[in-house]
Write a protein that binds this ligand. Structure first.
Ligand code: SF4
Ligand code: SF4
Length: 403
């Protein structure tokens, strides 16, 4: 493996100024007040809002990092609970950085990396996730060979055997989950309709490694990154399109610069195709939709306008904004692998987001992330809400027509 295959490996101690400079101003606890219309939607740290104690906000986690590095405290079950309930949504950093130039999210991520590197981190509930990735090379622990069937099913090129114009990196969730197949089909048909010559890697596509980064297992993540980059480079594709927002952030923040192809999220590619006239939405749609900004697509990659421009291209559709949108978005409840260990907590966050959709009179939440789709669906069930959740590409395809 190349040294530092992905972005430069950092250590928590390099951020000691950040946690030392944290003034406990609590700006990270909620959204900027001037951008909040209702008190209910001020709070925006999922774990702090749920567990309330200081240790569950970024301000407290900065203190947990500082005190551990200075050996003032020891790791206890409570310490681990505070560490692994963070959804790594980045709301804290979104609020803190413009005012204080401090990176609280990075401190939390590096605290998790330190936990793995020193062997005191991870919980028994994380073991099955690691086992599936180790044994099957994908997050769901399914046979990799099943992914080869997608080449025929989707009618795309096998990028490991023949040259293609764009390489579609499908991701574990869209590859295997039956409830997500509709969105996958829409993505491929829209890409082909826009003129793209689409190929996939089939069984040679491995997990992007996002769950490992979120858990702080940097070495394991880099093993996946190295394999994926070598296999993508071998295809000769100039563009890699990701469907999942977690894959998109891994490609944009970690792989980019270390592979030959340029990464782009599917909403970026499709919005450009619409702008160029390669795709045209013509059939009228009905309803009021709210775009849910996935944390990783929005805060990390700043992809805010493209999905909105796709929705605005669909005639008849009314688009409203969540109270917490763009940089102020609320996590769906599925971030940071917290819901894998604390499912009730994840569900509470998802229900809060669904409540917010009801509050802004949206009948449909639209997103482009399998994790968000799944969590929001569970939030709808939990609230017995009439709100629906839709993938943006499925919605667009209905308007573009011609399946
Ligand atoms: S992390 Fe930033 S916003 Fe939060 S208390 Fe510290 S300095 Fe303030
Ligand atoms: S990343 Fe999200 S959940 Fe974690 S401390 Fe920051 S705002 Fe709270």
């Amino acid at each position: 493996m190349k040294e530092n295959l992905t972005k430069t490996r950092e250590l928590l101690s390099q951020y000691r100024e950040d946690y030392a400079l944290c003034s406990k101003c609590k700006i990270c606890h909620g959204n900027h007040v001037q951008e909040v219309n209702h008190a209910r939607f001020f709070r925006n740290c999922p774990s702090g809002s749920r567990f309330r104690y200081e240790a569950y906000y970024a301000s407290g986690r900065m203190e947990l990092a500082r005190a551990l590095n200075l050996k003032e405290i020891e790791v206890t079950p409570q310490y681990l609970h505070a560490l692994y309930t963070c959804m790594e949504c980045g709301s804290c950093q979104e609020q803190c950085y413009p005012v204080k130039q401090i990176f609280p999210l990075r401190v939390i991520e590096l605290l998790r990396e330190k936990a793995v590197a020193e062997g005191w981190g991870l919980l028994p509930e994380h073991a099955p996730i690691l086992k599936k990735l180790e044994e099957s090379d994908n997050y769901l622990g399914k046979p990799q060979a099943e992914r080869d069937k997608l080449i025929k099913e989707l009618g795309v090129k096998d990028a490991s055997k023949e040259k293609c114009g764009v390489l579609l990196f499908i991701g574990c969730q869209y590859s295997y989950k039956s409830e997500l197949k509709k969105a996958l089909g829409s993505a491929v048909r829209l890409l082909r309709k826009s003129g793209a010559d689409v190929g996939i890697l089939g069984s040679k596509e491995l997990c992007c490694g996002a769950p490992l980064l979120e858990l702080g297992d940097r070495d394991f993540f880099e093993a996946f990154g190295k394999e994926n980059i070598e296999r993508i480079d071998a295809t000769g594709a100039e563009t890699v399109i990701t469907l999942c927002s977690h894959c998109a952030s891994v490609f944009g923040e970690e792989y980019a610069g270390f592979m030959k192809a340029s990464p782009v999220h599917v909403t970026q590619y499709i919005s450009e195709a619409l702008a160029k006239g390669d795709l045209k939405a013509g059939k009228k749609a009905k309803g009021t939709v709210a775009w849910h900004d996935p944390c990783r697509l929005g805060r990390r990659l700043k992809v805010y306008d493209e999905p909105r421009s796709i929705l605005d291209a669909i005639p008849g559709l009314k688009r409203v904004e969540f109270e917490r949108s763009r940089g102020n978005t609320l996590c769906c409840g599925g971030g940071g692998m917290a819901a894998a260990v604390y499912p009730e907590f994840g569900l509470e966050v998802a229900k809060e987001r669904v409540y917010e959709a009801e509050f802004v009179d949206a009948d449909t939440i639209v997103t482009a992330c399998p994790w968000c789709e799944e969590m929001l669906q569970s939030g709808i069930g939990g609230r017995k809400s009439k709100v629906k959740v839709e993938n943006i590409l499925t919605l667009l395809e209905e308007s573009v027509g011609g399946k």
